[in-house]
Design a protein around this ligand. Structure first.
Ligand code: FAD
Length: 870
C-alpha cells in the first residue's frame, strides 16, 4: 500500500468503489458539477476485474453487451477481441475508461471505507477510512459491487495449510504456476467452472471438491459473432435502447409458449438450439415457464443432465456432476470452455462432498471423511457474500445513529434498491431489491447512476438538501420484490441469491426478478410522479410525496400488457353471440389445470328444464364432500365447463367433489332464471349426493363473479327454505349489489379486464332496473343475513366488484355469520380463476381449498346427518 497523508474535506459526493459503477458515477457526477471523490480498497480501477485475476476469468454476458453505452465515441473506439472477453481485456477496458475521462485524479486507491455516519444537524455524511481519512459529504454512494466481498470458507483448519493458497476473488497480481503441482480446487460455482479447465492444463494432479453441482454448458467462445456485431453496428443507439428496455439488459426474444405445450421433439430441438448458441440467457428464453413451472424446468434440467452424461465418461463422476437439488436458473447458471471434458483427463478427480465431506484442512492437505489427501496448492473458489456483504461490512449509521446492519438483520429493506429509509442521502448502486445480478450489470449500473445523478440535479435545482424514501414506499417495494420472487422457482433453491451460502445470513431473495425493463419503468414513473415515495427537505421547503409505485402483481401486469397489445375488442361492443364465441376462444388457449381423479358430464333438473353439469372427482377414495360450483360470465357468458381449470384446482385443493352446474343465461332467460336454477341445482345435488359419490350432508357452494352472486343467493334461499343444508360458501369476486357508485367501480372502471362498462352490459342483459334491488339479484340488500353458512369472501384490489364483495363480507359478519374476507393485493377480477396463469393468486386458491376443508371438518356430524336426510 502506498503511503499518503490522510485527508479531510467537504464534498458533494463520496462514492465507494472504482469498478464499472464507481467509474461511471464519478464521470457523470463530476460532469454535472458535483465535487466527487471515489474511494477503493484496490490499488487501481476495475473492481471485479481488478480482484478476480484467476486463470480463465471472463465475462459470461457477451462483451458487446457487457460494456458502457454512455458515450458513442467510447463505443466506436473500443473493439472487443472475443465474444466473451477475458479478465485482462476487461480490466484494460476499464483502465482505458479511467484514462479517457481522466478519472484517476479523483480516486483514492488502497483506501477502505470503515464507517459512514449521518450527521442530521449538518445534513452531511461523515466517512472514515482505514487510512485515517475523515471526509464529509452531502451524498454517500456505495458502488461497492454485488460480488465484491469474498466469502470466508467455512471449512475447519483453513489457516493450518502450509502450501500455497489462493482465493479466486482475491487473486494475486503475479503469475501463479501450477506446473508439476498437486492442486485442489474447492468450489464449483462460476469461478470454479472457469478456472478448473485451465488449472488442469498445468497441474500434475487436480482434485475438485464439489458441494453443489451447477448447470453449465459450452460458451462457444471465439471472435465476436458476425451477426451480433452486425446487429450492433447497424444502429448502436437503437441496440442499446433495446437492451435498456429488455428483460435482462440484453436484447433477446423470449418465447410466450409453455414448455409442455409443445411435443418433446420440438422442445428438444429448441433446447439444442439454445445449447448451441452459447448464450447464457437462451435456455431461460426458450419457453415462457422455465423460471416458474417445476415440470417445465425439469425438462431443461434433464436435457442438460443428458449432455453431462454424454460428455463425462465415468458414469459415477457424471452422476455426481449432474445437479439434482435445484431447478435450472435458480442458482446462477454457468457457461464454460471444456469444463465437463476436464473430468475425462486421467489426472483430474472429482470429490463429491455430499458423499465424502471435508473433515478438516491440514498442514499438508485436506482430510475428507474417507481419506487424507496431500496438496501443494489449494484454490478456494467459494464465492461471495453477495449483494449485501460489502454494504454492511462498512459501519453505516443513519438517523439517530441507527445501524444499517441492524435494520437489515432480517434481510435488506430498500426502496427500488436505491435507498433505504432512515439513511438520508445514501444511495446504493445495484443494491438489493434492484435487478442487479439478474441482469447485464453494466446496463443496470448505468441506469442507477443516471437515476441518482438526475436526482441530485433535481435537488440542486429545487434547493433541497435531504432525500429519504418514505416507510410506506419502502415497505411496498420490499413486498413487491418478494411477491415477484414468490411466483418463480428462485426461492426454492439454497442459492447466494437467497443468502443461503453464508451461514447466519437471512434467507431472503435479494435481487428484483421483475426485469430490467419493468424496473426502469418503475424508476422513471417515480420521477415522473414527482419523486413518488420520497420525502425531501431543504431551503426549497419540506415535501413528502408518499405513495406506492407498483401495485399490480407482476404476472397480472404482464397479462394485462399482453391483452392490451393484442388490441382485443371490448366485449360490451359485441353481440351476445359474438361475446360468447370470443370468451370461448379466450378460454381455449389457457392451461388445463391439475389432473383430477375423473370428470363426468351429466344433466340435472333445473327450475325450468335440464341443466348440464360436470362432476370432478378427486383421485383419493370417496365418499367426498361436495362443492356445488357456479361459473362466472355476468349471467350472459359461460357454461358448466367454462371454469374448468379452476374447478379442477378446487377439487384437488379441497379434496371434494366439485359439481359445476350450468344455469340459464340472459338475455334469453333474464332474472331470476339463473338464481332459480342455482337453487334447484343445489337441491338436486343435496338429494343425490350418494349418486354423485358424495358424503350426504357435506355440501358447500362456491361461485365466481356472477356465479358468486348465484352462490350467495342460493345460501339465502336455502336458509329461508330450511333446506338444503349448506356447510359453507366461498364467494370469489361476487356480484352482491347493483350499485355502480362504490369507489372500486370508480377507481377500477377501466384497464383491469372487467370494466364498469362491461358490468353495465351484464346487468342490462340480466335484470330490469326495478328487479336489480331484489335480494335475489343483489344479495347485499337482504334485510337479514343472520344464519347464513360460514363464508369465505375473496375480493381483488383492482376489481370494480371489490367493494361490494367486501361490503357483503362485512354485512354477514355484522349479522353474526362466521366470515373470512380475503382481499387479494395487486389482483384483478379474473386472477383467482386463472389457474397456472396468475401464479401470484395461487396463495388465494390455497386459502379457498383450506376454507372448504375447514367448512367440511367443522360441520357437526349431527348437522350433517340432518342436512343429509333432507
Ligand atoms: C468472475 C466474475 C465474472 C462476472 N461476470 C459478469 C458478467 O459477465 N456479466 C455481468 O453482468 N456481471 C458479471 N459479474 C458481476 C460483476 O461484479 C459486475 O458486472 C460488475 O463488475 C460490478 O461492478 P461494480 O462497480 O458495481 O462493483 P465491483 O466491480 O465489484 O467494484 C466494487 C469495488 O468496491 C470496492 N469496495 C467495496 N467495499 C469497499 C470499502 N468498504 N471501501 C473501499 N472500497 C470498497 C471494491 O474493492 C471493488 O473494487 C461478474 C462477477 C465476477 C466475480
Amino acid at each position: 500500500m502506498s503511503t499518503r497523508e490522510s485527508v479531510k474535506g467537504d464534498l458533494d459526493v463520496v462514492v465507494v468503489g472504482a469498478g464499472f459503477a464507481g467509474l461511471y458515477a464519478l464521470h457523470r457526477l463530476r460532469g454535472l458539477g458535483f465535487s466527487t471523490t471515489v474511494l477503493d480498497g484496490a490499488s487501481d480501477v476495475g473492481g471485479t476485474w481488478y480482484w478476480n485475476r484467476y486463470p480463465g476469468a471472463r465475462c459470461d454476458i457477451e462483451s458487446i453487451d457487457y460494456s458502457y453505452s454512455f458515450d458513442p465515441e467510447l463505443q466506436r473506439e473500443w473493439q472487443w477481441s472475443e465474444r466473451y472477453a477475458t479478465q485482462p481485456e476487461i480490466l484494460r477496458y476499464l483502465g482505458h475508461v479511467a484514462d479517457r475521462y481522466d478519472l484517476r485524479r479523483d480516486i483514492r486507491f488502497s483506501t477502505r471505507v470503515t464507517s459512514a455516519a449521518w450527521d442530521g444537524g449538518a445534513a452531511r455524511w461523515r466517512i472514515r477510512t482505514d487510512r485515517g481519512d475523515d471526509l464529509r459529504c452531502r451524498f454517500y454512494v456505495m458502488a461497492t459491487g454485488c460480488l465484491s466481498l469474498p466469502k470466508t470458507p467455512d471449512i475447519p483448519g483453513v489457516e493450518r495449510f502450509r502450501g500455497e493458497t489462493y482465493y479466486t476473488g482475491r487473486w494475486p497480481h503475479h503469475d501463479v504456476d501450477f506446473s508439476g503441482k498437486r492442486v485442489a480446487v474447492i468450489g464449483t460455482g462460476s469461478s470454479g467452472i472457469q478456472c478448473i479447465p485451465i488449472i488442469a492444463q498445468q497441474a500434475a494432479a487436480l482434485t475438485v471438491f464439489q458441494r453443489t453441482p451447477n448447470f453449465s454448458r459450452p460458451a462457444h467462445n471465439g471472435p465476436v459473432p458476425a451477426a451480433k456485431k452486425a446487429a450492433f453496428d447497424a444502429d448502436p443507439a437503437a441496440y442499446r435502447e433495446a437492451a435498456r428496455w429488455s428483460r435482462a439488459g440484453v436484447p433477446m426474444n423470449y418465447s410466450e409458449v409453455r414448455a409442455l405445450q409443445v411435443s418433446e421433439a420440438e422442445r428438444l430441438a429448441a433446447y439444442e438450439a439454445a445449447y448451441a448458441s452459447g448464450d447464457l440467457l437462451a435456455l431461460n428464453a426458450a419457453y415462457a415457464d422455465v423460471g416458474t413451472d417445476p415440470e417445465a424446468n425439469e425438462t431443461v434440467c434433464e436435457f442438460l443432465r443428458g449432455k453431462i452424461r454424454a460428455i463425462v465418461r465415468d458414469p459415477a463422476t457424471a452422476e455426481a456432476l449432474c445437479p439434482k437439488d435445484h431447478f435450472y436458473g435458480t442458482k446462477r447458471p454457468c457457461i464454460d470452455t471444456n469444463y465437463y471434458e476436464t473430468f475425462n483427463l486421467p489426472h483430474v478427480r472429482l470429490i463429491d462432498l455430499r458423499r465424502d465431506p471435508i473433515r478438516t484442512i491440514t498442514e499438508r492437505g485436506i482430510d475428507t471423511a474417507a481419506e487424507s489427501l496431500a496438496f501443494d496448492v489449494i484454490v478456494f473458489a467459494t464465492g461471495f457474500d453477495a449483494m449485501t456483504g460489502a454494504i454492511v461490512a462498512v459501519d453505516v449509521r443513519g438517523r439517530d445513529g441507527a445501524r444499517l446492519a441492524a435494520k437489515w438483520a432480517d434481510g435488506p429493506r430498500t426502496y427500488l434498491g436505491l435507498m433505504t429509509t432512515g439513511f438520508p442521502n445514501f444511495f446504493t448502486i445495484t443494491g438489493p431489491g434492484s435487478p442487479s445480478v439478474l441482469s447485464n450489470m453494466v446496463v443496470s449500473i448505468e441506469q442507477h447512476v443516471d437515476w441518482v445523478s438526475d436526482c441530485l440535479v433535481h435537488m440542486r435545482a429545487e434547493r433541497l438538501d435531504v432525500i429519504e424514501p418514505t416507510p410506506a414506499a419502502e415497505a411496498a417495494w420490499v413486498q413487491h420484490v418478494d411477491d415477484c420472487a414468490q411466483i418463480t422457482l428462485f426461492p426454492r433453491a439454497s442459492s447466494w441469491y437467497m443468502g443461503a451460502n453464508v451461514p447466519g445470513k437471512p434467507r431472503v431473495f435479494l435481487p428484483y426478478v421483475g426485469g430490467v425493463d419493468r424496473y426502469r419503468k418503475a424508476c422513471d414513473e417515480v420521477v415522473r410522479r414527482g419523486y413518488l415515495g420520497f420525502a425531501f427537505d431543504g431551503p426549497g421547503g419540506a415535501r413528502c410525496n408518499d405513495g406506492v409505485v407498483v401495485r399490480l402483481q407482476l404476472d397480472v401486469a404482464m397479462l394485462l400488457e399482453r391483452l392490451e397489445s393484442l388490441g382485443l375488442p371490448a366485449i360490451e361492443t359485441m353481440s351476445v353471440a359474438d361475446a360468447r364465441a370470443f370468451s370461448r376462444a379466450l378460454a381455449a388457449g389457457r392451461p388445463p389445470g391439475p389432473a383430477v381423479g375423473e370428470t363426468v358430464d351429466g344433466l340435472l333438473p333445473g327450475a325450468a328444464g335440464p341443466l348440464a353439469y360436470r362432476c370432478y372427482r378427486p383421485a383419493s377414495p370417496g365418499p367426498h364432500p361436495i362443492v356445488a360450483y357456479f361459473h362466472g360470465g355476468g349471467w350472459v357468458l359461460g357454461a358448466h365447463d367454462s371454469d374448468d381449470p379452476f374447478c379442477r384446482d378446487l377439487c384437488v385443493r379441497s379434496d371434494a367433489i366439485v359439481v359445476s352446474v350450468d344455469y340459464r343465461h340472459a338475455p334469453e332467460d333474464r332474472f331470476p332464471a339463473a338464481a332459480d336454477d342455482g337453487f334447484a341445482a343445489v337441491e338436486w345435488i343435496a338429494a343425490n349426493a350418494d349418486r354423485l359419490g358424495g358424503e350426504p350432508g357435506a355440501l358447500a357452494v362456491c361461485g365466481w363473479s356472477a356465479g358468486g352472486n348465484i352462490a350467495a343467493v342460493v345460501c339465502q334461499r336455502a336458509r329461508h327454505a330450511g333446506r338444503p343444508g349448506i356447510v359453507g360458501q366461498v364467494l370469489v369476486n361476487p356480484v352482491t349489489d347493483c350499485d355502480f357508485t362504490r369507489e372500486s367501480y370508480l377507481h377500477n372502471a377501466d384497464g383491469y379486464f372487467l370494466t364498469t362498462a362491461l358490468m353495465r352490459w351484464f346487468w342490462d342483459h340480466y335484470a330490469d332496473p326495478a328487479d336489480r334491488t331484489h335480494p335475489k339479484a343483489s344479495p347485499l340488500r337482504a334485510t337479514d343475513l343472520a344464519g347464513l353458512p360460514p363464508a369465505l369472501v375473496v375480493t381483488a384490489e383492482f376489481d370494480p366488484l371489490r367493494d361490494e364483495g367486501a361490503a357483503y363480507a362485512e354485512a354477514m359478519a355484522a349479522a353474526g355469520v362466521e366470515v373470512q374476507h380475503l382481499p387479494c393485493r395487486g389482483q384483478i377480477h379474473t386472477s383467482v380463476v386463472s389457474v397456472d396463469v396468475i401464479l401470484s393468486a395461487a396463495g388465494a386458491r390455497a386459502e379457498i381449498g383450506a376454507a372448504l376443508r375447514r367448512f367440511f371438518a367443522n360441520a357437526r356430524p349431527a348437522e350433517r346427518r340432518r342436512a343429509g336426510s333432507r
